[in-house]
Design a protein around this ligand. Structure first.
Ligand code: FES
Length: 104
């Protein structure tokens, strides 16, 4: 599946992501500036914060309770499409997914 990240400077990067990969891992593998993934996807750092483009927000699933709490600790202000990208898992239903990186 393809994923496109929009960075703070408005540039975009598109990459192929294998099903089963989480979007933090995909971002780190593709050198997406602003997605760090310090905790390795264990829901304890919030350095993988992204905004999901509005058209895609419902398709990425529900925010879990712990994720919800962690989203209150992000560096960039939370929005209604904020997600921790380690909690979004690639599958073919997300082909074309667009994510916005809120920090540099
Ligand atoms: S990588 Fe730490 S919360 Fe997502």
């Amino acid at each position: 599946m393809k994923v496109t990240w929009t960075l703070r400077d408005s540039s975009t990067k598109t990459a192929n992501v294998a099903s089963g990969t989480n979007m933090m891992e995909a971002a780190v593998a593709n050198h997406i500036t602003g997605v760090v993934g310090e905790c390795g996807g264990n829901l304890s750092c919030a350095t993988c914060h992204v905004f999901v483009e509005a058209d895609w927000a419902a398709k990425t699933g529900e925010v879990g309770d712990f994720e919800d709490a962690m989203l209150d600790a992000t560096e960039a202000e939370r929005t209604n499409t904020s997600r921790l990208s380690c909690q979004i898992i690639a599958d073919e239903s997300l082909d074309g997914l667009k994510l916005i990186v809120p920090i540099l």
